[in-house]
Design a protein around this ligand. Structure first.
Ligand code: GAP
Length: 514
């Protein structure tokens, strides 16, 4: 049985081998934490984006979309606080010359205490069997209590240091906890210092006419600066939302876990503008709606959890993450934030423009409050991949790798295969393709044995394989083989379209969210 670490490595190789994700500019040895999506990856990614876009804009008549530019006036980032405060606390190990995020080192240390507790509990469960009372054990076992106490104390100290932006204290925590560099194994640390995550470049061509601009680190600001444009031209009434999908860029220090933390990535963000005082009610609505959106895909309800933020940004009055169980633990996939009226007020202040909404029901003007939902396309892609990837042992000693993707997200919906390359079967297969290809993404494959062709489709998650054989020419029926069960059915060609539609139609999924 493969460990979680091995499974994750296998998923990364599978993504490359089957055209899902490639390292960027690989012929030049790649570029750190930058990736390209291949022929299957782009289809899966587009399906994820379509699911999100439709769930936001089609299911909510008060949400509209925009597509703002990546480059924005530099004052945007001064107003939003990114120039002054979009930092990570960095620390270097002098022996290995490796750079780390101080907060990540400390969070990893807390996770180690959790692991120790879990190990104790697991051992006890084995020892006591059926009669094991886990809650009681956690409350009374001296070793568990000792680990828990250390963890809680560390957590409190860490939270205080982060809230106070106390870099000296962060370093002291690392020293006191005896945290060593994973490469050199030493505690020879530099001081902790702040590092801004925004990429910058210059716009304009002459020396004195150039302007330092930034690649946007989030898409949200494109929505805030367009608040008035959309509200006025769309005659939008509060509450209403603006949705956007687009690239964002961050100079991440610790880029790891494949496409989990990238330097160029894609976000799907929605800002929902509400009356002041009503924000926490909407925050709760969006928490629940977003969780239902995730769960409707059927990846497993137990793989999701909320994680409320310990450290609230100074402008936020509530924030939570939706975490997904990846092979490397529960990790943030989406953030839901109640951002008060901070962003709109800041843009009003820095631009000198009045950014307010006149509420005809209240007969008064105000700066709307905002609930934001923000999900990374790439992280969503990774969570789908990780839950879909299965290595299966089959009867007779055979094995297969299958991607059990939700059919609506699968890059290819069906593969049409003539049993042999002669006797009019390829021509019949092409006829079947023509019936389906305009509505679904369909492949045609006539190479190798049927068994090998099935394996190739299993590996990219194709829900249906359709085989045309000699009988098809007489009875107008084909053999449909299902990806997950590997069972086969004889189906009339006239029923194929409807059979596939029922499984892959996104509206069926969206209806679950109504
Ligand atoms: N506008 C709010 C915002 O950007 P965030 O928590 O920094 O909030 C939102 O990011 C989401 O964007 C995250 O939950 C994650 O899915 C994705 N994300 C952030 N940084 C990322 C990175 N370096 N690589 C991939 N995805 C990232």
């Amino acid at each position: 049985m493969a460990t979680q670490e091995e499974t994750f490595k296998n998923i990364v190789s599978h993504c490359k081998e089957y055209g899902f994700v490639f390292p960027s500019s690989e012929i030049y040895d790649g570029l750190g934490a930058v990736y390209d999506y291949g022929q299957n990856g782009v289809e899966l990614k587009n399906n994820i984006k379509q699911y999100w876009w439709n769930a936001m804009t089609k299911l909510h008549e008060n949400i509209v979309g925009i597509d703002a530019a990546i480059f924005m006036h530099p004052t945007t980032w001064k107003a939003s606080g990114h120039v002054d405060a979009f930092n990570d606390p960095l620390i270097d190990n002098r022996d290995s010359k490796k750079r780390y995020r101080a907060d990540v080192l400390i969070e990893d240390q807390m996770a180690k205490y959790d692991e120790k507790i879990d190990k104790e509990v697991m051992k006890a469960r084995k020892r006591f069997g059926e009669s094991f009372d886990e809650t009681l054990y956690r409350q009374t076992n001296p070793r568990v209590l000792e680990h828990q106490q250390k963890r809680d104390a560390l957590h409190e100290r860490y939270q205080k240091a982060m809230n106070a932006n106390d870099l000296v204290e962060l370093k002291q925590i690392i020293l006191d906890e005896g945290i060593v560099c994973p490469i050199s194994g030493t505690r020879n640390w530099t001081d902790v210092r702040q590092f801004n995550l925004m990429f910058s470049t210059e716009m304009g061509s002459t020396a004195d006419g150039t302007m330092k601009i930034y690649l946007r680190p989030e898409t949200a600001q494109g929505i805030f600066v367009n608040f008035l444009n959309v509200q006025k031209t769309g005659r939008m009434k509060i509450p209403f939302g603006i949705a956007q999908i687009g690239k964002a860029f961050r100079n991440e220090i610790v880029a790891r876990q494949f496409i989990f933390r990238m330097r160029e990535f894609e976000q799907m963000e929605m800002q929902f503008f509400v009356r002041p005082g009503e924000e926490l009610r909407w925050f709760e609505y969006w928490k629940q709606f977003r969780l239902r959106w995730h769960k409707a895909l059927g990846l497993g309800d137990e793989k999701y959890r909320f994680h409320d933020h310990d450290k609230l940004a100074h402008y936020a009055n509530a924030a939570t993450d939706i975490e997904f169980l990846m092979p490397f633990g529960f990790k943030e996939v989406e953030g839901i934030h109640s951002r008060t009226n901070f962003d709109l007020s800041q843009h009003a202040k820095y631009s000198g423009k009045k950014i307010e909404y006149f509420d005809p029901e209240l007969n008064q003007s105000y700066t709307p409050f905002v609930i934001e939902t923000s999900i990374g396309v790439d992280r969503m892609f990774l969570s789908v991949m990780c839950s879909a990837y299965k290595e299966e042992q089959l009867e007779g000693g055979d094995s297969r790798v299958v991607l059990q993707l939700p059919p609506v997200l699968a890059p290819v919906k069906a593969c049409v295969m003539p049993l042999v390359k002669k006797d009019g079967l390829p021509e019949k297969a092409r006829e079947v393709m023509d019936l389906l290809r305009l509505d679904f993404n369909i492949q045609y494959d006539e190479k190798d044995s049927i068994g090998k062709r099935y394996r190739r489709q299993d590996a990219i998650g194709t829900p249906f394989c359709i085989t045309i054989d000699h009988d098809t020419l007489n009875d107008n029926c084909v053999t449909v083989r299902y990806r997950d069960t590997m069972k086969q059915d004889r189906v009339n060609i006239d029923q194929l379209h409807e059979m596939i539609r029922q499984q892959v139609d996104m509206t069926v999924l969206l209806r679950k969210l109504l």
